[in-house]
Design a protein around this ligand. Structure first.
Ligand code: MN
Length: 269
């Protein structure tokens, strides 16, 4: 390994929901947050299926970007297959956001992948930036200039996602490749965090807390203090060492929406 990281994750039911439909995987070199959708056991089944599919690669020394895309496609197919066998979980879907420390030849990179409205952020040199774009109705309206960010926060349709796993036989995956620096902190989270805790506050926690587990615990605590109306999942991956061959590349060298092929999923039914 030429990139070394330490990490911590937590998933929590929150204070309102009866069950936790989020699921996480913290299994270096892979980290995943999935936020399941669908009534009655369906959401849990979809997010759990996604994590199970990725678990296949836990403990591998390194994966490559194509493996990540293939695994997202495999999770999508498995959700559809299981849903077709059981009317109780028919129509289930899930978001997925993940981080993989990938290797192509001797080059390591941090690859972020995303479908839906869970998010990835990078905290570097005291500055927090969002790496992913939400696949949601309100995000699309904001992009088209029909809503501002403030209106989007309280929009009645803010929960509608426009891409998810389990909806269509193929799914578009957004991919961002990042050359990490020592001290970088990557955050993966479900919307249960970002709807409750402000962007600035998340930045302060990542700036000040000494290690990933302390940061994760503090973000979950602040979500609870704000009411925790949804399930909340938080994973923090901190880069502790980067060897020579991975240094010197620029941020965001590669963005390939649609790299997994296929059409965009519709809103979950
Ligand atoms: Mn959620």
């Amino acid at each position: 390994m030429t990139i070394t990281a330490r990490s911590h994750g937590a998933t929590d039911r929150g204070r309102v929901r009866a069950v936790n439909q989020d699921a996480i995987l913290v299994a270096p070199p892979l980290f995943v947050v999935a936020d399941g959708m669908g009534g009655h056991a369906a959401g849990e089944a979809a997010s759990a299926t996604t994590v199970e599919t990725f678990q296949t690669y836990s403990g591998a020394a390194a994966v490559d970007a194509q493996t990540v895309l293939d695994t997202v496609a495999a999770a999508n197919a498995e959700i559809i297959r299981r849903a077709s066998l059981d009317p109780d979980i028919e129509g289930m879907g899930t978001t997925v956001v993940g981080l993989a420390i990938t290797r192509a030849g001797t080059d390591d990179a941090v690859v972020i992948f995303n479908v839906g409205d869970s998010r990835a952020y990078l905290h570097r040199d005291g500055t927090l930036r969002q790496l992913t774009t939400d696949h949601s109705l309100v995000a699309e309206l904001v992009q088209r200039g029909e809503l501002d960010a403030f209106e989007a926060e309280d929009h009645p349709n803010r929960h509608i996602v426009t891409r998810a796993l389990g909806m269509t036989p193929t799914v578009d995956v957004d991919i961002v490749s990042v050359a990490p620096l020592v001290g970088d902190r990557f955050l993966l989270c479900s919307d249960g965090l970002t709807r409750e805790v402000a962007f600035e506050e998340i930045g302060i926690v990542l700036s000040t807390l000494p290690d990933p587990s302390a940061a994760v615990e503090e973000l979950v605590a602040r979500t609870h203090a704000a009411g925790a109306h949804d399930n909340v999942s938080v994973v923090v991956v901190e880069i502790t060492a980067v060897s020579a061959e991975a240094v010197g590349k620029t941020l965001d060298v590669d963005t390939e929406p649609g790299a997994a092929g296929g059409t965009t999923a519709g809103p979950p039914g």
